[in-house]
Design a protein around this ligand. Structure first.
Ligand code: COA
Length: 255
């Protein structure tokens, strides 16, 4: 399979998926989403693959979320519903994969990037990484699981502060509140992720798979509510204004 805007490399029992649009800070466009979906299925069914690492290309960004040009190409509510369903489906398959998935965060981790990292089992980050859900500044809300994975990870109050204010937080703060498991030196984040992945492979593969399933099953919430909120934003004039403002490099004027 030829992937676009991602790279997939197997290193022994560990597969590394690299989001690869560094000039656009690894934001997720249509091609990347399609390829990520296919790569997730491929590594999930590859029996020689025992753990997966997801990282970003370059040293500035893990992922800055959905490509805002891609978002602006969604014209109808049906387009928006399809987009949210696709993102939910890919992120849910990452979360549900029967093997550990580690996000190796190397820089900006915003919007859908933060949601992608949260769909992984654990997150490790470089000291200069920045985390945030800035969607309200675009007139939308986190539509990739952020409305339930973020509260589950850091608590409802802190999650509401991040989602409603749309501000970014440092790696240090992210670690203090439980969004990140550990911070490692820039340049060694993938290496550290590999060593954790190998550690997670010391136990029984079957036990690891079922333990992951049980934790997920006990904490799983509903995508349908988030989709309803996303579509309510999509149908509002503020979504058009927020996205146009970003693309035109100006401040939005919301109603
Ligand atoms: N969608 C589309 N393009 C994006 C993007 C995104 N989510 N994130 C970054 N880019 C693009 C920029 O438009 C820019 O493209 P250009 O060189 O063609 O102008 C390029 O990536 C580099 O980004 P730039 O904004 O110049 O870098 P910066 O260091 O000044 O700022 C951010 C970095 C992350 C603060 C800024 O890019 C940003 O706010 N991005 C959007 C984040 C966001 O709202 N994500 C949620 C999406 S739902």
């Amino acid at each position: 399979m030829k992937y676009r805007n991602i790279l997939v490399k197997s290193e022994g029992p560990v597969a590394v998926i690299t989001l690869n649009r560094p000039d656009k800070l690894n934001s997720i466009d249509r091609d990347m989403l399609q390829s990520l979906s296919a790569a997730v299925d491929a590594v999930a069914k590859d029996k020689s693959c025992r753990a997966v690492i997801i990282t970003g290309s370059g040293n500035k960004s893990f992922c800055t979320g959905a490509d805002i040009n891609y978002l602006s190409s969604l014209k109808t509510e049906r387009d928006a519903a399809r987009f949210v369903d696709k993102v939910h489906s890919v992120f849910d398959r990452i979360e549900g994969m029967g093997k550990p998935v580690i996000a190796a965060v190397n820089g900006y981790c915003l919007g859908g990037g933060c949601e992608l990292a949260m769909a992984c089992d654990i997150r490790i980050a470089t000291p200069d990484s920045m985390f945030g859900q800035p969607e309200v500044k675009l007139g939308i809300l986190p539509g990739g699981g952020g409305t339930y994975r973020l509260p589950a990870l850091i608590g409802i109050g802190r999650a509401k502060e991040m989602i409603l204010a749309g501000d970014t937080i440092s790696a240090d703060t992210a670690m203090k509140i439980g969004l990140v498991n550990r911070i490692v030196a820039s340049g060694s984040v993938v290496k550290e992720a590999k060593s954790i992945a190998l550690k997670m492979n010391q136990g029984s593969y079957n036990a690891v798979k079922n333990a992951k399933w049980a934790v997920n099953a006990n904490t799983r919430l509903n995508n349908a509510i988030e989709k309803k909120g996303f579509l309510a934003c999509f149908g509002h004039a503020d979504r058009k204004e927020g996205i146009s403002a970003f693309l035109e490099h100006r401040k939005p004027r919301f109603k």
